[in-house]
Write a protein that binds this ligand. Structure first.
Ligand SMILES: [Cu+2]
Length: 279
C-alpha cells in the first residue's frame, strides 16, 4: 500500500513537470526562428508561472562540426539562462547522464533527465537545429552525445560543474566506458531551427577528397648528395687496388692482425683510408 501511495505521488509529481515530447514521430521540421525566439519558446515551455529567473542569457554551445565535441565543454549558467545547443556537422545528441555513469542515459531511471534526440547537420544546410535547455537550478549537469563512439571520444559537457576537475574526471570516465546508451524521449528543452548565419559556428568544409586543382605540394628537392666516400677497405681485402684518391697508412702491429697482405711488411697491418680528393 505504501509503495502504491509512493507511485501515485510520483505520478502526480511527474505529471506536474513539463511533459516529454515524443521523439521521431516524423516531426514536422520546426519553423526557422531567431536564436532569441528559440530561447523564448524554451522558457515559455519550461519555466512555470511564478518561476524566478535570475538571468536570461542565451549561452550557445556548438555540438559537433569538424570534431565531434561540445564547444565549450564547460558552461556556467544562472537560473533562467537558456543553454542553446547548436548542432553542426554530423549527427549528435545532448543526453544527460549521472556523474558516475558516463555515456549512459539518466533517463533510464529519471524521467525528467535531459535528451535532445538526434539532430543532424548536413553539408549545404542553411539552417541549424538547436536544442534549447532552460537552466532551472545550478546543480551540475553531466551531458554527452549518444551517437556512436562520440562519448568515448570525448564528446561530453558539464553545465555548472562544481569545480574545474569534474570535466577532466567525467571525460576520463567516458573514454573508459564500453559504449553509449541512447535516450528515448526528448526531454528538458525545445527543438528549434535558426538560420545558419546566426549560428555560433562556421560549418566544416565538405569532406569529399582534395578540391580539384589542388596539386600535391612538390616534395622539397633533396640536396645534391656529395659523392659517397668509398667505405674504408677491410684490411682483409686490402689487396684490392686502392682508388686514385686514397692514401695508404701503415700502422704499428695490433694484437690480432687479420691482415693477409700485411705480410708484405712483416709485423704491420695495412689499412686503406679514403679521403676526398684535394681541390
Ligand atoms: Cu556526437
Amino acid at each position: 500500500m505504501q509503495s502504491l501511495m509512493k507511485t501515485l505521488l510520483l505520478a502526480v509529481a511527474v505529471s506536474a513537470l513539463p511533459q516529454p515530447i515524443p521523439q521521431d514521430a516524423s516531426p514536422a521540421a520546426p519553423a526557422v526562428v531567431t536564436p532569441e525566439e528559440a530561447a523564448a519558446q524554451a522558457r515559455a515551455a519550461f519555466m512555470p508561472d511564478g518561476f524566478t529567473a535570475q538571468a536570461n542569457q542565451i549561452i550557445p554551445v556548438v555540438v559537433g562540426g569538424a570534431q565531434d565535441l561540445f564547444v565549450p565543454n564547460v558552461v556556467t549558467a544562472a537560473v533562467g539562462d537558456v543553454v542553446q545547443f547548436q548542432f553542426s556537422n554530423g549527427n549528435h545528441t545532448v543526453t544527460q547522464s549521472a556523474q558516475d555513469a558516463a555515456c549512459q542515459p539518466l533517463q533510464a531511471s529519471v524521467a525528467t533527465a535531459v535528451h535532445s534526440g538526434h539532430i543532424p547537420f548536413q553539408d549545404g544546410q542553411t539552417t541549424v537545429g538547436t536544442f534549447n535547455m532552460p537552466v532551472l537550478n545550478t546543480d551540475p549537469m553531466f551531458l554527452y552525445c549518444a551517437t556512436g563512439p562520440h562519448c568515448q571520444n570525448g564528446q561530453v559537457v558539464i553545465v555548472n560543474p562544481a569545480n574545474s576537475q569534474q570535466i577532466v574526471d567525467y571525460a576520463k570516465l567516458s573514454a573508459a566506458s564500453a559504449q553509449s546508451g541512447d535516450g528515448t524521449t526528448v526531454v528538458g528543452g525545445t527543438v528549434a531551427q535558426i538560420p545558419l548565419q546566426l549560428a555560433a559556428f562556421v560549418p566544416a568544409a565538405p569532406q569529399a577528397g582534395p578540391p580539384p586543382g589542388a596539386a600535391a605540394p612538390a616534395a622539397p628537392a633533396a640536396p645534391a648528395a656529395p659523392a659517397a666516400p668509398a667505405a674504408p677497405a677491410d684490411p682483409a681485402a686490402s689487396s684490392v687496388a686502392a682508388p686514385a684518391n686514397a692514401i695508404t697508412i701503415t700502422l704499428p702491429p695490433v694484437a690480432a692482425p687479420a691482415a693477409t697482405d700485411a705480410a708484405a711488411i712483416p709485423g704491420t697491418t695495412t689499412v686503406i683510408v679514403t679521403v676526398p680528393a684535394a681541390r
